[in-house]
Structure formats: structure tokens, C-alpha cells
Design a protein around this ligand. Structure first.
Ligand code: NAD
Length: 368
């Protein structure tokens, strides 16, 4: 039987890239004996069309009973005029909340073969390979009170609240330290400790927890400085941890410097329940149904799922290596191709990557 993966394909190119990822998983079964079963559930616009809500309770239940969730993307013009709570994006926020996934991991990697796609100069983005760990369920987006007020004279004021408990900070900081231990042992904590009380507590917690990770080099950066340094020296970072709002902004900034949204995976982890894995890109309605969406962000999301939820980091590396080989050997979907380069369809790219998964087996067998 093996592990259970809930598959929420969603809308637009979501089903196309997710279907490709399922082919990849089947290849891992065929060549590596990886046992799994999948269970499909609706989310987003398709769920609204079928069930009248972007997040049916059956979908939440199915996710809770699974070991991991693979999501495609949600949204599209068809549902843009719906009220907020019925829009596809409400399904996405709802599932993150229902699963209390507090740690959002976003690898920011500029592939050497795709350097030309970055808006920054090659010498600056060369060797850029870091990961942003964003706190996802606390801070300014969730703190109370959060409201608009009108006094007796009719003057309007607003309040949002940036609240964190020490426990919330500590659990996300530990995720980041653990990741740093598995990488280059360099942690950058981003805050605004010169102004915000929440950031001062954040920095205290990082300083306390670092004693348990003496091998990890810790650097503190103010968020405004971090925003500049991501542009100036992105190759110097390894793991960057920060609170919800800062992480939202910095991870989008960092995504842009990679120049290829079709290559960026993400993971959202909870304390005990299943993790949620999804490409960073949206449902790309402009190219949906045409068969040439880039499936690599979905493949790399599967690699993260294998590492973080399914206890198979070895297979995660197999997937990453196969993607790297495909890119190195010149495989390009339309979004990645430049000039005269051949443009592969989603299916062709999938076959290309799977061919390296198969070769990986032979390589391993030959070296035994
Ligand atoms: P988008 O990421 O869908 O598309 C931006 C551009 O990148 C488009 O030109 C698209 O064709 C291209 N692109 C994206 N992914 C690609 C891929 N895998 N291969 C090739 N090209 C790719 O962002 P958008 O256009 O701003 O949003 C479209 C819809 O997606 C909206 O309804 C939005 O709300 C939704 N959205 C969903 C998510 C999610 O589900 N996590 C994230 C962002 C946006």
C-alpha cells in the first residue's frame, strides 16, 4: 500500500502539471519500488463548479487522512467575479489554515543553464541557491484586533495587529535551524528589531536556540537591508527565516531574480499533520489546456514532499538530479527556451526527466 498522497489538481494548468507529477511518481514506483496510493479531491474553481464551495469539507477530510498533499494551482477569470469567500483563492487559504501549516519553505535557485532568464546580471545570480522559511500562520495577517473604526465625529481609523507567541517563533526558528544543518549551516534571520517589539522577541529566540546548533553560523539582518542584499548578493545566503509579512514580500522578490516561475516549488509544513506541496506559480489561464506548461516546479515540489513528509530524501535527490540533468542537457519548455532552442511540450519534458530517473537506476546498479 505505502503512503497516501492527496492530489488536489485545481484549475488552469494545475491538472496538467499535476498529471505530469503523477507520471513521475509512477516512474519512482517502477524503477525504485516506491509504494504509494493517491486520492483525488477538488479545490478552487473546479470545486466551486461541482460543489458550490472552493473547499468542500470532503477535501479537508481527505487531506487530513493523507501523508502529504500535492496541489496544482487554483483560479481563473471564470471565477473572478465571485464574492471573496467563494473565489478559488479562498480554497487555498482555507486548506492552509485547516492543516495549520505554519512553515512555508521556498527554495530560490538560479540554475546555471538558465542564468540568462534572470533580470539580474549573471555574475550576481550565479550560484544563487538558498531557501526562505516564512512563518505562515501568525503575525500581522492573523493578529487581532484587525478592524476599521469610526469615531463619533465620523473619523475613520484602522488597526492591524502583529502578534506572536514565543512558542510560535521558536517552532519556525527550529525548522530553519534543522534545515540549515542539512545544508550549508548558515542561517540568516530577518526582522525589524530596531523598531518592532515582535522582532526583538524574534531575535531573542534565535539567539537562545542557536546554542543548540553551535555549528550553524547565524546572521541577523533588518528586513530593509535584507531586501537590498537579496538583489546585491543572493549567492551568499543559505537559509533565511522570517515572519509572515516579511517572508511574503521577500520570497516574491527572490522568486523574480530566478527569472523562471515555472521552476519554483514550495512546501508548507505543520507540526504533526501532512505537509502541502505546490508550485509557486498560479493556474496560468493564458496557456491552460495547450499542453506546454512547464511541469518542473511540480516535480521539484514532489522532491520536497519526498524529503519532508514521506521520509525518502534519497528519492527526493533522485528527482532533483533528474531535473538538473534534463536542464543541463538542454530540455526547455516554452517559458524557458531562448532563441532557436527547441520547445518541449509538458509531456515531452516529463518523458525527458523520467528518462533520467531510469538512467539513475542503472547508474546506481552499475556502481554497486
Ligand atoms: P501565474 O503564475 O498563473 O502566471 C504568470 C505568467 O507565468 C503567465 O504568463 C503564465 O503563462 C506563466 N506561467 C506560470 N506558470 C507556468 C508554467 N508552469 N509553465 C509555463 N508558464 C507558466 O500568475 P497570474 O497570471 O498572476 O495568475 C493566474 C491565476 O492564478 C489567477 O487566478 C491567480 O489568482 C491564480 N494564482 C494561483 C496561485 C496558486 O494556486 N498557488 C498562485 C498565484 C496565482
Amino acid at each position: 500500500m505505502g503512503v497516501q498522497i492527496a492530489v488536489l489538481s485545481g484549475d488552469g494548468i494545475g491538472p496538467e502539471v499535476t498529471d505530469a507529477a503523477l507520471h513521475l511518481l509512477h516512474a519512482l514506483r517502477q524503477f525504485y519500488g516506491f509504494e504509494f496510493q493517491t486520492v483525488a479531491a477538488d479545490i478552487g474553481g473546479i470545486a466551486y463548479d461541482r460543489h458550490g464551495t472552493p473547499l468542500p469539507s470532503a477535501t479537508v477530510e481527505c487531506c487530513r487522512q493523507s501523508d502529504a498533499i500535492l496541489l496544482g494551482a487554483v483560479g481563473g477569470p471564470k471565477w473572478d467575479s465571485l464574492p471573496g469567500h467563494l473565489r478559488p483563492e479562498a480554497g487555498l487559504l482555507g486548506i492552509r489554515k485547516a492543516l495549520t501549516v505554519f512553515a512555508n519553505l521556498r527554495p530560490i535557485r538560479v540554475w546555471n543553464e538558465l542564468l540568462g532568464a534572470s533580470p539580474l546580471r549573471e555574475r550576481i545570480v550565479k550560484n544563487c541557491d538558498f531557501i526562505i522559511v516564512r512563518e505562515l500562520t501568525g503575525g500581522l495577517y492573523f493578529g487581532e484586533p484587525k478592524e476599521r473604526r469610526r469615531d463619533a465625529d465620523g473619523n475613520v481609523s484602522v488597526v492591524d495587529t502583529l502578534a506572536y507567541t514565543e512558542r510560535e517563533i521558536e517552532r519556525i526558528v527550529r525548522v530553519a535551524f534543522d534545515l540549515a544543518m542539512r545544508r550549508k549551516k548558515h542561517l540568516t534571520s530577518v526582522d525589524k528589531a530596531n523598531v518592532l517589539e515582535s522582532s526583538r522577541l524574534w531575535r531573542e529566540v534565535v539567539q537562545r536556540v542557536r546554542h543548540e546548533y553551535p555549528e550553524v553560523l547565524v546572521e541577523h539582518l533588518l528586513v530593509d537591508s535584507a531586501a537590498m542584499q537579496i538583489i546585491q548578493r543572493p549567492g551568499d545566503f543559505d537559509v533565511m527565516v522570517t515572519e509572515n509579512l516579511f517572508g511574503d514580500i521577500l520570497s516574491d522578490e527572490a522568486a523574480v531574480i530566478t527569472g523562471s516561475i515555472g521552476m519554483l516549488p514550495s512546501a508548507s509544513l505543520s507540526a504533526e499533520g501532512p505537509g502541502l506541496y505546490e508550485p509557486v506559480h498560479g493556474s496560468a489561464p493564458d496557456i491552460a489546456g495547450q499542453g506546454y506548461a512547464n511541469p518542473l516546479a511540480s516535480f521539484l515540489s514532489v522532491a520536497m514532499m519526498l524529503e519532508h513528509s514521506l521520509q525518502r530524501p534519497d528519492l527526493g535527490r533522485v528527482v532533483e538530479t533528474a531535473v538538473a540533468h534534463a536542464i543541463e542537457s538542454g530540455a526547455r519548455t516554452r517559458d524557458l527556451a531562448r532563441g532557436e532552442e527547441a520547445r518541449l511540450s509538458t509531456r515531452e519534458m516529463t518523458r525527458w526527466v523520467i528518462s533520467y530517473i531510469e538512467k539513475g537506476v542503472h547508474y546506481a546498479e552499475n556502481t554497486i
